[in-house]
Design a protein around this ligand. Sequence first.
Ligand SMILES: Cc1cc2nc3c(=O)[nH]c(=O)nc-3n(C[C@H](O)[C@H](O)[C@H](O)COP(=O)(O)OP(=O)(O)OC[C@H]3O[C@@H](n4cnc5c(N)ncnc54)[C@H](O)[C@@H]3O)c2cc1C
Length: 356
Amino acid sequence: MKYDFIVVGGGVVGMSTARELAKAKLKVALIDKGELGQESSWAAGGILSSMRPWAESHASMMLSEKARQDFPDFVDELLSATGIDSEYRCNGLVMYGETDVVNTRDWANENKIIVEDIPADLNNELHLKNDALFLPKIAQIRPPYLIKALKQDLINRDVTILENSEVKAVTFSDNKFDAVKTDTNSLSAEGVIIASGAWSSHLCQYSGINLSEMIKPICGQMLCLQFDSKLPKPIILDGPHYLISRSDGHLLIGSSMEDTGFQKDTNNETKEALLNWARSIWQDIDDGKLVKHWAGLRPSNSAGRPFIGKIKGLEGVYINSGHFRKGILQSPSSAALLVDHILQRPTFTNIENYSV
Ligand SMILES: Cc1cc2nc3c(=O)[nH]c(=O)nc-3n(C[C@H](O)[C@H](O)[C@H](O)COP(=O)(O)OP(=O)(O)OC[C@H]3O[C@@H](n4cnc5c(N)ncnc54)[C@H](O)[C@@H]3O)c2cc1C
């Protein structure tokens, strides 16, 4: 069977892209070397904001803003189509740490983002020694639930899903995309979209493009603790670290930033460092029971924004990759931008700003 598009990589970026193509009635196959969404996308905290919004490039900010506006409708559509709640919650974010606060206040003023003082009850619960501010409109989702909902929606839309199928080669004829090959399959299509997260440079090499110095894995470790007592509702962000509470008593403590190549092992040293940081913020941390400790590989991108668009010089080859710490947030807007471009529809920003 010949597809219109093959998407290589079934994280949130690949799944969202396949979904946009399927919504336009195209015939789509989505291939992953493992199960859908089990790499960086599963590992993420689900904060729907940049960690350092004042330092975000204009191109990245355009994607973040569009996604922030669209996320409520995106998760509502998924909920009504699948019955799966991605737990989108708008409980705000406390920004803590002296430099972050000063920069965030300036950024918020410039961008008309609402900033408030920390609610008094929260201020009493937390050890906020320095200045802090509260962004009440920042939301979060629960990535494993978003992945479940996306997968079910793709099934409902008749997207062909091939799991545990590693793409080992991409072939061309006269500079036009021909097929992707796994150990057991060869699939042809009019076009291919590389959405393979931290592994995207491996796939790009078949197109003669070396992205290994641009898109690189950066490992992040995370802890999940279970509490019986009340948790702080907003996200608490302090530089690279954060607390994210869930409605079922889970509290995430994130995250580390480590250059370990494609290794994603967890270790005790990082676990203790994350717990120590969390203790310095919230005195009740030791009441929690550690239920999980994991690591994921973020697709970092030295361009400071993702690559989205056609690979120049080749027919039918596209990329949607390199979202680093914002891929959950930017997945719906990146997918919309790429598919609008492919279908020559008007869109919200200039795709040339995301070229490789
Ligand atoms: C600890 C941590 C916390 C994070 N927190 C947040 C957050 O709060 N908010 C936020 O917006 N972002 C966050 N992120 C970043 C976010 O997770 C990523 O930007 C996003 O998941 C990237 O999605 P992706 O689909 O590009 O990559 P991935 O989810 O990694 O998916 C890529 C997929 O490609 C597949 N693949 C690779 N090679 C091949 C091949 N040859 N053949 C077939 N399939 C292949 C992989 O198996 C994988 O499933 C966090 C990341 C980590 C690790």
